[in-house]
Design a protein around this ligand. Structure first.
Ligand code: ATP
Ligand code: MG
Length: 563
């Protein structure tokens, strides 16, 4: 297993594990698993579970299985399996040879069901799903027993076999556990274990027309794999007695300890596969890997790093109560990581032409620029300078306020890594009045040196040389939703942010970015962190803005580790 560098946190789950180890439980073993259903791409919530399960295995020198919990053919596919495998590995975790599929246990699970019937603990029920629900009762009222509850073992065995053989239509029969229709826990009121469903499965094809219910398959899969700690989210708390009941009946002695924790909710984000699927199907986003998606594949394309995601998961920790984590914390972790790793470069998003009147027409100079101000080991690159440059349109104001440290009439500014230039004149479009180019003079003595006369020049702006620059497209992202908790809205699509993507197609990047490799991250000076997108074409890179340099939403203050 690789060793992600994130420090091991301590939390109530680890306390439980420590306590168990001290008491000599599970022969001192720690075995966890990450059990996704391959019916969608995994998202940042799943990443929390991945970091937790694999992180615990690493910390306790245990094992963590990757198990595809693929017992419901609807919506499951190999595409999703492959994406999950890729994403978990990308997050930095390794399951060795412990990749499992619940569908590989179908035959075993069937045998377990037969065993339950033989013990008198399960029966075939002819009620349809509405009738089952009708008799189930409510929180305040006990349920009523199915008229089929007291069939003989022989009859049940034969009916169950005929269910498997495809003799009955979908939904007409189920296999149910015989537990207690009066239990205060509704989950225990004779839950359905098997149903008839004629739907081909992406791995077992049409071999089966009956499929085990999640509750039956999940706990037995854990027990079959010798999982010691079944870590899951809070909504499974009520199912725990059922899991214990099933495992006690069938594989006693192999009972995993289930521990529930609060799922991750992230502000301005939806984290439910169903809703993410809606976004993809409705084309509200370009696909699962749209950089605005909270999926691992989307975050990767956006330019987030596995280290940043792992760090985020470590910082939020695990809790017993539901909460909403500020998405700014995730962005903060990304920024912190990229600040260390991303080489610097210059790119102009909204170009404004600058002509240096006193710079020789044909001359160019190459400046050696540090790739990282604090990390000389990251080397330097050549950035060319010439008479015609582009600067950021908003780095010039015709009538600037006093505190404006950039270019304006009568002002001087330093060009990053180069000279100090002084405003001389400007040209405007006659019709619109828009400034189309500005003319400046440069001070040759100030190449990477302060002015000899000691005058103060405060502002530093970035630039590119017109003849050397590379045309680029830059995609700026904002939050996908306009409200903090879109997941709680019935019509969450009505809260989509219409301005979540802004495409700037006339950007100019320094020449070193010409063949930026998709996935490569940079800090564009003064603008933020950017990541080359796979849409990049030869000579025309496309960049996604990962995060701006500072948190423009700036409401993070509390809850942040001081760094
Ligand atoms: P979703 O709610 O997005 O549809 P799910 O729970 O149906 O997800 P699974 O594939 O069953 O998705 O999840 C695999 C594992 O990931 C489970 O153990 C589940 O508890 C965990 N998980 C899913 N969503 C979150 C979340 N938001 N926070 C933490 N863990 C999560
Ligand atoms: Mg689930």
């Amino acid at each position: 297993m690789t060793e992600p560098s994130t420090p091991a946190p301590s939390d109530f789950i680890r306390d439980i594990i420590d306590e168990g180890l001290r008491a000599g439980k599970h022969e001192g073993r720690v075995a966890t698993r990450f059990p996704p259903e391959p019916n969608g791409y995994i998202h940042i919530g799943h990443a929390k579970s991945v970091c937790l399960n694999f992180g615990i295995a690493l910390q306790y020198s245990g094992t963590c299985n990757l198990r595809l919990d693929d017992t419901d053919p609807a919506g499951e596919s190999m595409e999703y399996v492959e994406s999950i495998i890729h994403d978990v590995r990308w997050l930095g975790f390794d399951w060795g040879d412990r990749l499992f599929y619940a569908s590989d246990y179908f035959e075993k699970l069937y045998a377990f069901a037969v065993e339950l019937i033989k013990k008198g603990d399960a029966y075939v029920c002819d009620l349809n799903s509405d009738e089952v629900r009708e008799l189930r009762g409510t929180f305040t009222e006990p349920g009523r027993e199915s008229p089929y509850r007291n069939r003989s073992v022989e009859e049940n065995l034969s009916l169950f076999e005929r269910m498997r053989a495809g003799e009955f239509p979908d939904g007409s029969h189920t296999l149910r556990a015989k537990i207690d229709m009066a239990s205060p826990n509704i989950v225990m009121r004779d839950p359905v274990l098997y149903r008839i469903k004629r739907e081909p499965h992406y791995r077992t094809g049409d071999r089966w027309v009956i499929y085990p219910m999640y509750d039956f398959a999940h706990c037995l899969s854990d027990a079959l794999e010798g999982i010691t700690h079944s870590i899951c989210t809070l909504e499974f708390e009520n199912n725990r007695p059922l899991y214990d009941w099933i495992v006690e009946k069938l594989i006693a002695g192999n009972r995993p300890r289930q521990i529930e924790f609060a799922r991750l909710n992230l502000s301005y984000t939806v984290l439910s596969k169903r809703r993410l699927i809606d976004l993809v199907r409705n084309r509200n986003v370009k696909g699962w890997d749209d950089p605005r998606m909270p999926t691992v594949t989307g975050m990767r394309r956006r330019g987030y790093t596995p280290e940043a995601i792992r760090n985020f998961c470590a910082q939020i920790g695990v809790a017993k109560n539901d909460n909403l984590i500020d998405v700014s914390l995730l962005e903060h972790c990304v920024r912190e990581d990229l600040n260390e790793k991303a080489p610097r470069a210059m790119c102009i998003l909204r170009p404004l032409k600058v002509i240096i009147d006193n710079y020789p027409e044909q001359q160019t100079e190459d400046f050696d620029c540090a790739n990282h101000p604090q990390h000389p080991e990251m080397g330097t690159r050549k950035v060319s300078f010439s008479r015609e440059l582009y600067i950021e349109r908003d780095d010039f104001l015709e009538d600037p306020p006093k505190k404006y440290n950039r270019l304006g009439p009568g002002r001087e500014v330093r060009l990053r890594n180069a000279y100090i230039i002084k405003f001389e004149s400007m040209r405007k479009d006659e019709k619109t009045g828009e400034v189309t180019e500005i003319h400046c003079s440069y001070d040759p003595a100030t190449r990477s040196a302060p002015p000899a006369d000691g005058r103060k020049v405060q502002g530093v702006i970035h630039w590119v040389s017109a003849v050397h620059a590379v045309p680029a497209e830059v995609r700026l992202y904002d939050r996908l939703f306009t409200i903090e908790d879109p997941g709680s809205e019935e019509d969450f699509l009505s809260c989509l942010n219409p301005n979540s993507l802004e495409t700037l197609s006339a950007c100019l990047a320094e020449a070193s970015l010409k063949d930026a490799r998709p996935g490569a991250q940079y800090q564009f000076e003064r603008l933020g962190y950017f990541c080359a997108d796979p849409d990049s074409a030869a000579g025309r890179p496309v960049f996604n803005r990962v995060v701006p340099l500072r948190d423009s939403w700036a409401k993070i203050a509390g809850g942040l580790k001081k760094g």
